[in-house]
Design a protein around this ligand. Structure first.
Ligand code: GDP
Length: 444
């Protein structure tokens, strides 16, 4: 994911100060020098860096921090807060017009991800906000843009309004909104044309669409991989169109990410969403505070929990919790868990959200081997119901049968059995701890 280099450097710098019981002015100065370099190296705009450093320094040298009991940690808190505010502070939600439809105009350079993001956003609005969106194909210049949107629409069973490429985009927008009113769509997402560079003709056309469509949102789609150029692009679009928000795409790539951080600061336009991959559901609302803690290695537990809530069956989770307490967890439960976790997304992405994970030796470059997980699943599926309930009956011939059945080896079967036992042991310890507390209070 983006920001990896920045995260690594900042975390390295912050570790030095974290445990300090006393922080001198010199310590802060040195730290700020390193933070400054880290930000510049990550391609954060230099003006933005200057302001950021000034803010952090002032707060870090304040009495509250220096005289506190844990100055090292307080300094990190200041960095976290400033980074959060740099990226926008509070999360900025998408507009809702109480006289539907809410009109959203998607703008940006060619290749930034406008068309893909329009479809992703429509999907998000329907899935997470229960809305009824309509997509509008108003990019009549890029060959295949209309087709691309129609294909995405079909894939999502989402209506796409199109008049082909011979009608002006202004007219398309106008008719689309009329249609949306008639058919009671509550969001209209207009996919406009892009160019390779900002040019006057494009801006004129976009301004005309804006005049007719009177959008509630003008969202600029910016490719996070384009570095400082992203900042310049955002500035010109903002001057001409008065943006209401930015969507950063391709944050899943290994960009340095700094330009992304600067966009908000330079244009004073909130980042509303982040594209985290090519798939239709890989669009996330942008939470500055969560992104800041991801960068500082504090993890993004909230997003993790949200993913879990969206994917994990609550009844099953409760049942499992009960089983864990009574220790009768079986391989069937294990299989259930495995498939629920897999629904949440690629495992290495999930691991990245866990606090401290990237600091653990060897974890940073960990690529979870999805194939190996497939093996585990195959092994469990090759067990008989009795074996799943009670693995203690497992003998050599049973193991051989399972290995053959799952296309794995006896070693792999052994390894899994051992891991399962260890997991049970760990659960027992945990449940002893919690139930121990409960008993003293007279609750079971
Ligand atoms: P447009 O010209 O602005 O409409 O750009 P497209 O929507 O056609 O996107 C250009 C390319 O970027 C396509 O290959 C998309 O799949 C890809 N893309 C868009 N968003 C993301 C993202 O968040 N992550 C990744 N990895 N690729 C993306």
């Amino acid at each position: 994911m983006a920001f990896e280099g920045l995260a690594e450097r900042l975390q390295g710098t912050l570790t030095k100060i974290r445990g300090k019981g006393k922080v001198s002015e010199q310590d802060v100065k040195e730290m700020m020098r390193e933070v400054r370099l880290a930000l510049l190296e990550a391609d954060v705009n230099f003006k933005v860096v200057k302001q950021f450093i000034a803010n952090v320094r002032e707060k870090a040298l304040g009495q509250d921090v220096m005289k506190s009991l844990t100055p090292g940690q307080q300094v990190i808190k200041v960095v976290n807060e400033e980074l959060t505010s740099l990226m926008g502070g509070e999360q900025s939600k998408i507009a809702v017009n109480n006289k539907p439809p809410t009109v959203v105009m998607m703008v940006g350079l060619q290749g930034a991800g406008k068309t893909t993001t329009s479809a992703k956003l429509a999907n998000h609005l329907r899935k997470k906000h229960n809305r009824k969106p309509m997509l509008v194909a108003a990019d009549i210049y890029r060959p295949a843009a209309i087709k691309q949107l129609e294909t995405l629409g079909k894939q999502l069973s989402m209506p796409v309004f199109s008049l082909g490429d011979q009608v002006s985009p202004v007219e398309i927008a106008k008719q689309a909104i009329e249609e949306a009113k008639k058919e009671h769509y509550d969001y209209v997402l207009i996919d406009t044309a892009g160019r390779l560079h900002v040019d006057e003709q494009l801006m004129n056309e976009l301004q005309q669409i804006k005049e007719i469509a009177k959008p509630d949102e003008v969202l600029l789609v910016v490719d996070a991989m384009t570095g400082q150029d992203a900042v310049n692009v955002a500035e010109s679009f903002n001057e001409q169109l008065d943006l209401t928000g930015v969507v950063l795409t391709k944050l899943d790539g290994d960009t340095r990410g700094g330009a992304a951080i600067s966009v908000k600061a330079v244009t004073n336009t909130p980042i509303k969403f982040a594209g985290m991959g090519e798939k239709i559901d890989q669009l996330e609302p942008f939470h500055p505070e969560r992104m800041a803690s991801r960068i500082l290695g504090m993890g993004d537990v909230l997003t993790l929990i949200e993913k879990a809530q969206a994917n994990v069956d609550e009844e099953k989770a409760k049942e499992l919790e009960k089983k864990m307490r009574t220790m009768d967890i079986t391989f069937d439960d294990f299989l259930d868990q495995l498939s629920q976790v897999r629904n949440m997304g690629p495992l290495d992405e999930l691991l990245n959200m866990m606090p401290g994970m990237n600091k653990m030796k060897g974890m940073k470059d960990l690529k979870v081997d999805e194939k190996q997980i497939g093996h585990i699943e195959a092994i469990v599926r090759s067990m008989t119901p009795k074996e799943k309930q009670d693995p203690s009956i497992m003998n050599a011939s049973r193991k051989r049968r399972i290995a053959n059945g799952s296309g794995t080896s006896i070693q792999e079967v052994n390894r899994l059995l051992k891991q399962f036992e260890e997991m049970k042991k760990m659960m027992k310890q945990m449940s002893n701890m919690t139930s121990g507390k409960g008993k003293k209070k007279g609750k079971g």
